[in-house]
Design a protein around this ligand. Structure first.
Ligand code: CA
Length: 223
């Protein structure tokens, strides 16, 4: 089970990582909100532990973003002691559980296991943005309005998935290239253009707008 641990206190995250790994989780650590959001969008974690007080981007904003783009990742938030409003805000933002600092690691682990048990029964479902429906199991994209469906290559799928998880945002070519290519591949932004144009041919020219010198915006008109 892959777990995303978002915590900027290095001593705490080192200790938690060891304990969680002993329990059988494969743990990735993010120490700021920007990395956390990016990792939660791009990697298929089974569960996340999210501290709220973070540099870069507050934990609540990260969580709101994940929920806004339909990311169903089960999230346990770490709140400050006695900060009842953080718990309320956290649940409103889409948290599944919380623990107040300081806590016993044993309690964190049983809570995570309980979340995972619940998560198994929850359908993860396709990503739906801008009139498209992306099926991550089959790596196909459908247009429900017309009943059309298209097969995608691996690269097309990764690129479209990243676009659909970040609608309406300016995404630079270098950021997209990082998402789309694996570490062995050459990260060539000219090649990226080829893939953007393939997606446009399949799904419609207006779906991905070019911003000169900045990058691309997906689904800006469709919302
Ligand atoms: Ca913190």
């Amino acid at each position: 089970m892959r777990l995303l641990l978002v915590e900027d206190d290095a001593a705490l995250s080192d200790r938690l990582r060891l304990d969680l790994e002993k329990t059988g989780f494969a743990v990735d650590v993010a120490a700021d909100g920007v990395d956390a959001e990016f990792m939660g969008d791009s990697e298929p974690y089974a569960v996340a532990v999210l501290d709220l007080g973070l540099p870069g981007r507050p934990g609540l904003e990260v969580l709101r973003h994940w929920r806004a783009v339909g990311n169903p990742l089960p999230v346990l938030i770490l709140t400050a002691r006695d900060a009842w409003h953080e718990k309320v805000d956290g649940f409103k933002a889409g948290a599944d559980d919380y623990l107040s600092k300081p806590f016993h690691t044993a309690e964190l682990i049983v809570r995570l296991q309980a979340l995972l048990r619940r998560g198994v029964a929850r359908p993860h479902g396709p990503v739906r943005v801008a009139g498209l429906e992306l099926d991550e199991e089959t790596q196909t994209v459908g247009i429900p309005a017309t009943g059309e469906a298209f097969a995608l290559t691996g690269t097309e799928f990764r690129l479209l998935r990243y676009f659909m998880l970040h609608p309406g945002r300016v995404l630079s070519k270098s950021r997209l290239a990082e998402q789309v290519y694996d570490f062995e591949s050459e990260r060539d932004s000219n090649v990226l253009e080829v893939y953007v144009n393939r997606l446009r041919r399949k799904l419609g020219r207006d779906l991905i707008a070019t911003r000169r010198g900045q990058g691309y915006v997906f689904g800006a008109d469709a919302g």
